[in-house]
Design a protein around this ligand. Sequence first.
Ligand code: UD1
Length: 360
Amino acid sequence: MKLLAVVGARPNFMKIAPLMWEIERRSGVEALLVHTGQHYDQQMSQLFFDELRIPRPDANLEVGSGSHAVQTAEVMKRFEPVLLDERPDAVVVVGDVNSTIACALTAVKLGVPVAHIEAGLRSFDRAMPEEINRILTDAISRWLFVSEPSGLENLRREGVAEERMFFVGNLMIDTLLACRERSEHSDVLRQLELEGQPYGVLTLHRPSNVDDSAVFQALARAVGRLQSELPIVFPVHPRTRQALAGWNLAQMPHLRLTDPLGYLDFMKLLAHARLVLTDSGGIQEETTVLGVPCLTLRANTERPSTVSEGTNCLVGMNPERIIEAGLAAIAGEPAVGRVPQFWDGSAAARVLDILTAKEH
Ligand code: UD1
């Protein structure tokens, strides 16, 4: 069986890595890897290939940044000739970024079936670009690989046939568990002079938080207050860099800005944090497995099991609410949560068992 796997943006790399490792271990299945180039900075892309030992892509479409329409269209235009040349048995896409829907749509129009990893997640917020990408990718994919039970419920509600959906667990957690020991060797805490000290971690990159200056200013108020209680490390996403000019950073001496971090450093930083504040999807899941309290600075989450089972708390963007929840987490007992079913390091193996089963 010949698979063609696609990655484009930073959160895709940790989802595709365990699939590529598992394919290397098996006979009878080969995979080509295409990088769309949606993310291209060394710190947002190549570093993850190196650290996660992802094979060099067979093609890099080098689409770069652009408006949603431009970026999506550019991926489609450049992906189509690769598919025509390679004629894989199936295309594997992950997550919910523009590269995900662009490659899925290109493939199905050429009659190539698509497998979607991390299918069925829904925030029910159609102002979120990723929600549109999720709904559309799921609608046209042949295999829907689901990471948590809400994904199955959402797909059923949308009328998807049972034989298309498979509850396999979380591939990103395969990567987390496989890299746990190596990430503990990172000396990021020493470099930040935080070894043995309590600290928090902040990440922000959603357009709804960063591109809306009223929201972004309100978040500054909350971060300003919390950093006076606990030093906070803030690896800054490229989207967020410019907007930060509007924050009065001089008033936040305990907020430590860094460039985007590599995977191993970031996992070490998360694992030892007293508190994490984020608007990322993946970090809600990683903190759940690491047992670290996470305050999600969003009105909704497409990953409800991180709240019902894990250590995640949805606090929204109201500064008073964030400060109250943050202070409680700093002062409180360590978080307790359960690891959701199948977030166990074997999700990629389940995906490949299904994809390579005889009946397809
Ligand atoms: C994208 C995904 C989002 C994901 C996020 C993770 C979509 C719609 N959004 O958002 O779901 O959570 O990646 O990071 O696909 N830039 C650089 N260097 C890079 C990449 C981007 O400087 O390597 C800058 C560019 O100015 C670009 C901006 O960041 O315009 C945004 O990049 P883009 O890929 O459009 O969206 P993200 O916000 O990264």
